[in-house]
Design a protein around this ligand. Structure first.
Ligand code: ADP
Length: 465
């Protein structure tokens, strides 16, 4: 939803207050409107009923003698607050109880002549408001006269005016109090958020160790805790990044220093062609190793950044093992280690053949590297539930339990001098693990010192259905 700029500029506190005060205003206005309407209606109904009762009482005092109408009623018997006027059956004015000019509704009289009673409200010339009932009177089934009774509505109007005045004061006062209360409550509820914002603003990349205060277990407290978790993860990621860069620089610097030193020593005095050839061959070998190291670093950096794309095609694991076995046999022979094949169950995984080959070759090469001559490295594969498992087992030195949790970390080497002798940079297993995980699987090791290690790659099996 696109928010208008003014909507974004107004604080949550003001928006909440506005919303609830508007709601309150609507409720108050509808409520007072309803009270006003129902009060005036019920008073009006009561007045009308009273008028009718009194008109009926008066009609019983009506006397018709020789066509002349008269009300047989003493002045003291006249109901209080009532004004009555009598007309003959043709609507001609006959007599009245008080000032005749006070109330007379001629249209209503005309209608009463037709036999129809009417209630009307009229304003008298002196400004008073009257409720008037105009009633046709019958005797022996024949219409004989028209009676008009009126009652002053002054009290009702006064009461209603007072109610209006009450509403006119009470509603605005209530709304003003509501605005003040809303602002105060909003301030109380949201001030922890302001505090968090200020605290968060102090935390930069340089101060990632700082944490937000978690003072409560409410929404704001949870926000602070979540933010702190995020900071933990960020700090860990930054630390990993720094370690990686420092390690990478260190790994590159040592061979480069050696390279420069050997070139310097060679250049100190003239050498024979054979000596130059040997030094250049050595430099080439070192450069090749460095190039390999830089390749591995790039792979890990790109894997970390998520920019490495893997193909997704069905790959037969048994065939992959056969091909790798064939390719690495010469290396195994050179190391004096037997490279054997165990049980090979044919199974498919969905993935990138080149990267899977690299994963397998890394593990087998490690086995061949760390196993002493005369030992054996055996590769086998089989299915388990919905997974394909590849085992690379060796009869090498094994890995002490304290090292096991770390050997998949970049640059981690157990015996640095030996590992460096054999050209390892400590990146092989990290890359292997990344490849396995990028395929939805993982790599684990189980090892016994002095007996050997088994590296197990687990990959989800792919079935062509
Ligand atoms: P490297 O390039 O040093 O071999 P790896 O990431 O491949 O780096 O391995 C990390 C460390 O784990 C190695 O330095 C080695 O100490 C240990 N390691 C790996 N494979 C084996 C194995 N098959 N037997 C014993 N130790 C091993």
């Amino acid at each position: 939803m696109v928010r208008r700029s003014w909507e974004r500029a107004i604080s949550i506190r003001t928006r909440l207050t506005l919303l609830y005060v508007t709601l309150l205003a609507v409720v108050l206005l509808s409520f007072s409107g309803f009270v006003y309407w129902s009060l005036s209606r019920s008073v009006r109904v009561a007045t009308d009923r009273l008028l009718l009762t009194e008109a009926q009482a008066l009609s019983s005092a009506l006397e018709v003698g020789d066509g002349v109408l008269s009300l047989n009623l003493g002045a003291e018997e006249m109901p209080p607050g009532i004004v009555a006027t009598l007309f003959d059956r043709d609507g001609k004015h006959v007599l009245e109880t008080t000032n005749p000019s006070l109330v007379m509704v001629s249209t209503a009289v005309a209608r009463a002549v037709q036999g129809e009673p009417t209630y009307t409200t009229v304003e008298a010339p002196d400004g008073t408001v009257w409720r008037v009932l105009t009633l046709p009177l019958r005797q022996d089934g024949e219409q004989v006269a028209v009676l008009q009774v009126a009652r002053d509505e002054r009290d009702l109007h006064a009461a209603l005016r007072q109610l209006e005045r009450l509403f006119a004061v009470a509603i605005p006062v209530t709304l003003v109090v509501a605005v003040a209360l809303g602002q105060f409550l909003g301030w109380r509820a949201l001030s922890p958020v302001d505090r968090l914002t200020r605290a968060a603003a102090q935390i930069g990349a340089e101060h990632l160790s700082a944490r937000l205060p978690v003072q409560s277990r409410d929404e704001v407290g949870r926000l602070a805790a979540t933010f702190n978790d995020l900071l933990d993860r960020l700090a860990a990621a930054f630390a990993r990044e720094r370690r990686f860069t420092a390690n990478a620089a260190h790994e590159l610097r040592t061979p480069l220093t050696l390279l420069i030193a050997s070139a310097d020593v060679t250049l100190e005095r003239p050498r024979s062609a054979e000596e130059y050839r040997q030094v250049i061959a050595g430099i080439r070998e070192d450069a090749a190793r460095l190039s390999h190291l830089v390749d591995d670093l790039l792979v890990l950096a790109r894997a970390d950044a998520g920019t490495l794309r893997l193909a997704r095609e069905p790959v037969d694991v048994a065939q992959l093992i056969l091909a790798t076995h064939e390719r690495l046999l010469p290396l195994a022979r050179a190391r004096g280690v037997t490279l054997a094949l165990g049980r090979l169950e044919s199974a498919l995984v969905l993935g990138d053949r080149v990267w899977l080959t690299r994963l397998l070759a890394n593990l087998v090469e490690n086995g061949l590297t760390y196993t002493l001559p005369g030992g054996t490295v055996t590769v086998s594969t089989g299915r388990r539930q919905s997974d394909v498992l590849i085992d690379v087992a060796d009869t090498g030195p094994g890995i002490a339990p304290e090292h096991v949790p770390y050997i998949f970390e970049p640059f981690y080497r157990i015996d640095v001098s030996r590992s460096r002798d054999v050209g390892g940079s400590g990146l092989g297993l990290a890359i292997s693990r990344w490849i396995a995980r990028a395929h939805g699987g993982d790599v684990h090791v189980s090892s016994t010192l002095g007996i050997g290690s088994v590296f197990t790659v687990q990959l989800p099996e792919w079935r062509d259905e």
